[in-house]
Design a protein around this ligand. Structure first.
Ligand SMILES: Cc1ncc(COP(=O)(O)O)c(C=O)c1O
Length: 379
């Protein structure tokens, strides 16, 4: 089945009523038909019919064997890192969500994990940073917020040649545009708070895997059952409902983003535009090979830090807020928001500075969005 049909129908296994909308099962526990007998559901932390429907749908969308719906994107990233042992080394994209950097640097380092950051869009530089202890390569593509593009298939080969796993944070593109597991990645994580939800009304995460029978699949099963980071039935239902319109939303958002990015390149007060849909983007060609869309995240630099701050206060239709992926357009100042805790060294390496703004393009009318940006940019 093609993406649009999968998104609308998921894995829908109609219950006895034939309900088109999946029921929300709120029960925390389940009655056993007899001694040592089960309906397949025993206790809500371990499984829940609404969450189960969502997880089957997510696994199909990512073309994976198994997916888990978790309480946040950070819970999903935490699970991927949890696969490692003290002494293991993790290599991460140097340009990535600040919360992931904080989790690695401030939490996992205390448990004996070593780590390095590298520009994973540079294959040779990435290979040079792999050690005999590297067990996980963790990337974002497009990266956050500089929109660098990494070659998923090549990195999967590299990771596997060194007995490491490749995990991809697929938040920015969603499975509608990019399916890392089909390119050789082992693990996909999402902040489902973003495009998968699309309405800025729940916090959720996803971890999907290529092979449920591999060691890492079995370990994840055990970890999630034991630690209980699962998504609630109500939020699972909201996410299932949101996914029905995923394709419509992200394709519309992408069309808007292309128009806005092109317009930004013509603006005197804008010095740099980072959007992979622009043919001038260094990752544009690779992106067309490994994904079916460019997404709707644009970063850009304006002439001065003062102008960047003034824009945040002048925008009206677009909201000054963190997060991304929703139907409402949001403008973020990464240095003070999403990447506030990024070490200075990584900021310098990636070029994230006080003139950078990140725009998550929504589904509004592109002309209205451009008009709002124009009045904010030109005072
Ligand atoms: C790319 C990316 N990954 C992960 C996360 C964390 O997700 P959550 O906020 O749902 O925990 C975020 C949050 O902004 C993100 O942008």
């Amino acid at each position: 089945m093609k993406d649009f049909s999968l998104e609308v129908h998921g894995c829908h296994q109609y219950d006895a009523t034939g309900a088109i909308s999946d029921p929300i099962y709120l029960s925390a526990t389940y009655r056993h038909p007899g001694f040592k007998q089960s309906t397949g559901y025993d206790y809500g932390r371990v499984d829940n019919p609404t969450r189960h429907e969502l997880e089957l749908t997510l696994a199909r969308l990512e073309r994976g064997e198994r997916a888990w719906a978790l309480s946040s994107g950070m819970a999903a990233i935490n699970m991927a890192l949890h696969l490692l042992q003290p002494g293991d080394h993790i290599l991460l994209s140097e340009d990535l969500y600040g919360g992931t950097v904080r989790l690695v640097n401030d939490i996992y380092s205390a448990y004996g994990l070593t780590y390095d950051y590298v520009d994973t869009s540079d294959l040779a530089a990435t290979e040079a940073k792999i050690t005999d202890k590297t067990r996980l390569l963790f990337i974002e593509t497009p990266s956050n917020p500089m929109m660098r593009i990494s070659d998923i298939a090549a990195l999967a080969k590299l990771a596997h040649a060194h007995h490491a796993l490749l995990a991809v944070d697929n938040t920015f593109l969603s499975p509608h545009f990019q399916k890392p597991l089909t390119l050789g990645a082992d693990i996909v994580v999402h902040s489902a708070t973003k495009y998968l939800c699309g309405h800025n009304d729940i916090i959720a995460g996803v971890i999907a895997i290529a092979d449920r029978n591999a060691d890492y699949g079995q370990k994840l099963e055990l970890l999630i059952k034991s630690e209980g980071p699962n998504l609630s039935p109500m939020d699972s239902w909201l996410l299932l409902r949101s996914i029905k319109t995923l394709g419509l939303r992200v394709e519309r958002q992408e069309q808007n983003a292309q128009k806005i990015a092109e317009w930004l390149t013509t603006q005197e007060n804008v010095t740099d535009v980072y959007y992979v849909g622009l043919p001038s983007h260094p990752g544009h060609e690779l992106q067309q090979r490994q994904a079916t869309g460019n997404g709707s995240m644009i970063s850009f630099k304006v002439k001065t830090p003062e102008l960047a701050k003034a824009m945040l206060e002048r925008i009206r239709l677009i909201a000054f807020a963190e997060s991304l992926g929703g139907v409402e357009s949001l403008l973020t100042y990464p240095l003070a928001q999403t990447h506030a805790e990024m070490p200075q060294e990584l900021l310098a390496r990636t070029g994230l500075d006080d003139r950078l703004l990140r725009l998550s393009v929504g589904i509004e009318d592109a002309e209205d969005l451009i008009a709002d940006l124009s009045q904010a940019l030109n005072g």
